[in-house]
Design a protein around this ligand. Structure first.
Ligand SMILES: [Zn+2]
Length: 128
């Protein structure tokens, strides 16, 4: 038995690239395109901004909600079934630069506020 702390050799510190000129941004993990500002992360209907949802196929998604996003293309088809946010329809959105699926755009079907927001898959973004 020893009381010594494990690990004599210190691992070199890994440095993340952080650009702070315009505030922190969330980027597409696949290609690095800017997708959203950290300051646009928001809460919808009082829920935490990071939530876990399962789709009807049973896949689990870690979803970050943001007020604004850029560099995305939305599918033309909007769906109102299986929505994770009551009163909102959804479309799939992909990175405009690399076409990786990054999440969903939600649009109010009634007078909900905000009228539009995005749910982004946390694991497909870097930064923040
Ligand atoms: Zn991309």
């Amino acid at each position: 038995m020893t009381d010594g702390k494990p690990g004599d050799g210190k691992a070199p510190e890994e440095r993340d690239e952080i650009r702070e000129e315009e505030g922190e941004v969330l980027r597409c993990r696949s290609c690095g395109a800017e997708i959203a500002a950290v300051e646009d992360i928001c809460s919808i209907a009082g829920a935490p901004s990071l939530q876990h949802f399962a789709n009807p196929e049973g896949a689990l998604w870690e979803v970050l909600t943001v007020r604004h996003a850029r560099g995305l293309v939305a599918d033309v088809q909007a769906y109102s079934s299986f929505t994770w946010f009551a009163g909102y329809s959804w479309r799939m959105v992909a990175c405009a630069a690399c076409m990786e699926h990054l999440g969903w755009m939600y649009e109010a079907m009634g007078s909900q506020t905000p009228p539009r927001f995005f749910g982004l898959v946390r694991g497909k973004l870097s930064g923040g």
